[in-house]
Design a protein around this ligand. Structure first.
Ligand code: K7E
Ligand code: CUA
Length: 667
């Protein structure tokens, strides 16, 4: 949703003169001062040593990561690597985490992450996990919120552009992923202009409530549209899932024009309980489909990869009642379900209204068979039969909506750069506030759940222009914190973000802050190369492979002098941080290594693979200023020419020297 949409949005603006002026005004950055209330500073001030009230998790967009901020301060607390290698701590570089980035296309060190989604219990964020999607090579990751680490990644087959993802059902039984790009399924060599005939979409339901066991429960084969976003029903609509689609024109070129022809596209309403029945009744076909499932073993902390080879695919023609289309103006982007579960709000990017569907009316329309037509076995319900109301004159370019739990909805307006507050049921606009500029998603903690914590709203903006000190052609994207506790929205704070934030989720800090793991228990570390005490380190050779077991503790490595390595060897440094104390990290880096350092949490073993290029003596050192004598935390490894008679040596205890002897005998 970045460049191309921006361009079409601009075109849309250009074509509507009066609105063009409105936009021009907004982009002048005129008088935010006047919008900021006098007490804004104290409302966002979190004194040194005090905690923020909320955690917020922002997607990193094309950084492929997640960033964690405190609210209301906007302080950056952490970056969590997910889909991209992360030199800062060695994620995706060290041997333990490399398998996390395995796919059927091989090792992928990058992706584009859009939507963080907190796990839920009974429709309320529960702080167990955060899910996030990969947009380019469709995947879904699970982040464990006791450790703020990525634990599991599953690839989604028969899909391209996993954008409508990873929205959750109310107990996180499933998270979903839908194809943004329709593709031939299975993907084969066909002419692109055979799109209408050969290209299809899929909606995937992935089991998510058991760590380490994510799997594709089933996929639903859909007409070849672009599926954009989704949200689960809740309360009365529990058991249903709603996905927006655009390009119902099924165009394969110049979509900015050709996919904007129809006045209405569709929200697909999926009865996933019905899908489960069809699977049980054997109505889903097993389709050969390769995909990878990667997860971290909880005691060894080593990632494993398994390849899966088939999915259950449901064709709506053979499972009547599984999907209905709700006509929705126009090229809808977001689809959001209000806290009661009754209203389904669509963000029709090119629509002049915000259309709201009623779940009750939808049920009745289905019972009455109020169908306009059928597309590939999917009944299209009549717009008037399902519509609850339309928000008139909301602004331009509605994208996403969140809720405050007090009967109001807040919609982001990309083109007119504002947040619009409106009332559920009467559909009247009650307030609006400009944002700077071109807002994408907005977020209220719990704002897509049954119980929003409706105190703050965060606007995530695509364009920063004049808001910060300039930094060359590229400016940080921007988040803005808005107070929504009163009748009128109040601008409180700007803060820059990492990558493109797209969406965020937030929850009260109290839900997770006391559940944090402080260190990994060394006694429970089952990494096969763990070193649990200083005397257990050493060096062993197996052919041309050399393994070094080493501990790190304030303020030394043991061993710290190593000899006997030869050019042509592949060396594995297995370093264990044997500290058992919160926040005491060590690092490990060696001169000339072609991958970054290791950063080791207390009690953790990490492995750096090193292929020395020539004879010499190479220093290594701790990269995390861990103690007063951190600068003394270093060592040397000697590399001799191939075939050298220099003996393997690690200067640790007598005991381990004896072990080295044994290992040598074993050669
Ligand atoms: Cu609107 Cu990818 Cu959710 Cu960006 S998407 S804004
Ligand atoms: Cu360990 Cu610095």
């Amino acid at each position: 949703m970045k460049t191309s949409f921006k361009r079409s949005a601009m075109l849309a603006v250009a074509s509507i003169g009066a609105i063009g002026i409105l936009y021009a005004c907004a982009t002048k950055g005129a008088t935010t001062q006047s919008l900021v209330s006098g007490d804004a500073a104290s409302r966002v001030y979190v004194a040194p040593g005090s905690y923020d009230e909320f955690y917020t998790f922002m997607s990193g967009g094309y950084s492929g990561q997640v960033s964690v901020y405190g609210l209301p301060s906007g302080r950056l607390l952490k970056l969590i690597p997910v889909f991209s290698q992360f030199p800062e701590d060695g994620y995706g570089y060290n041997e333990e985490t490399k398998p996390m980035l395995q796919t059927t296309y091989g090792f992928l060190p990058w992706d584009d992450s859009h939507h963080p989604e907190l796990s839920q219990t009974d429709g309320v964020p529960d702080g167990r996990w955060l899910f996030i999607n990969a947009n380019n090579t469709p995947r879904i990751a699970r982040i464990d919120l006791t450790r703020f680490e990525t634990d599991e990644i599953i690839q989604i087959p028969n899909s391209a552009g996993g954008h409508a993802s990873p929205f959750t059902t109310p107990n996180s039984k499933y998270v979903v992923s839908a194809t943004r790009f329709s593709v031939p399924i299975p993907n084969t060599d066909v002419p692109i202009d055979s799109y209408k005939k050969n290209f299809k979409g899929t909606l995937s339901f992935i089991t998510a409530d058991q760590p380490g066991k994510m799997d594709i429960a089933f996929q639903i084969l859909m007409p070849g549209y672009n599926y954009d976003l989704g949200h689960a029903g809740k309360g009365p609509s529990d058991g249903w899932f709603f996905f927006t689609s655009y390009n119902s024109e099924q165009s394969n070129t110049k979509l900015e024009e050709n996919a904007s022809q129809n006045d209405k596209d569709f929200v697909a309403a999926v009865n996933y309980k019905r899908a489960e029945e069809c699977v049980t009744q054997g109505k889903a076909a097993s389709r050969p489909s390769d995909y990878m499932h990667n997860w971290i073993d909880s005691t060894s902390r080593i990632a494993k990869s398994e390849k899966k080879t088939s999915v259950k695919m449901i064709d709506p023609q053979s499972c009547p009642g599984i999907v209905y289309y709700l006509p929705t103006p126009k090229s809808p982007h977001g689809v959001d379900v209000d806290p009661t579960g009754e209203y389904i709000v669509a963000g029709g990017k090119l629509a002049t209204v915000i259309p709201v569907h009623s779940f009750t009316k939808m049920q009745k329309a289905i019972a009455d068979k109020a169908f306009e037509k059928e597309i590939d076995g999917i009944p299209v319900l009549k717009y008037d039969a399902v519509m609850a109301g339309e928000v008139q004159k909301p602004g331009l370019g509605p994208l996403h909506t969140e809720f405050d739990g007090k009967g109001y909805a807040y919609t982001s307006m990309f083109i007119s750069s504002e947040v619009v507050k409106w009332k559920l049921g009467t559909w009247e606009v009650v307030d609006r506030i400009p944002v700077y500029y071109s807002i994408g998603h907005l977020m209220i903690p719990g704002g897509d759940s049954k119980k929003p914590w409706g105190k703050y709203l965060v606007a995530m903006n695509k364009i920063t222009k004049d808001r910060y000190l300039p930094t060359g052609p590229e400016m940080a994207q921007s988040a803005q914190l808005i107070d929504i506790s009163g009748d009128k929205m109040k601008m409180l704070l700007d803060f820059p973000t990492i990558g493109e934030p797209h969406y965020a989720q937030g929850l009260p800090a109290s839900i997770i802050k006391d559940k944090q793991l402080k260190y990994h228990k060394l006694a429970e570390n089952t990494n096969p190369w763990v070193t649990k005490s200083e005397n257990d380190g050493g060096i062993t050779r197996t052919g041309k492979r050399v393994d070094i077991k080493m501990i790190a503790i304030r303020s030394h490595f043991a061993p710290d002098n190593l000899e006997g390595v030869q050019v042509g060897d592949t060396v594995y440094f297995h370093v264990t941080n044997i500290e058992q104390d919160w926040d005491i990290l060590h690092g490990f880096a060696v001169l000339g290594a072609n991958t970054p350092e290791l950063i080791l949490a207390p009690g953790e073993t990490r492995t750096l693979k090193w292929i020395p290029k020539g004879p010499g003596v190479y220093p290594f050192y701790c990269t995390d200023f861990c103690s007063a004598l951190h600068q003394e935390m270093q060592g040397y490894i000697r590399v001799s020419p191939a075939g050298s008679s220099v003996k393997l040596m690690a200067n640790v205890s007598k005991k381990s020297q004896a072990q080295i002897g044994d290992a040598k005998k074993g050669q």
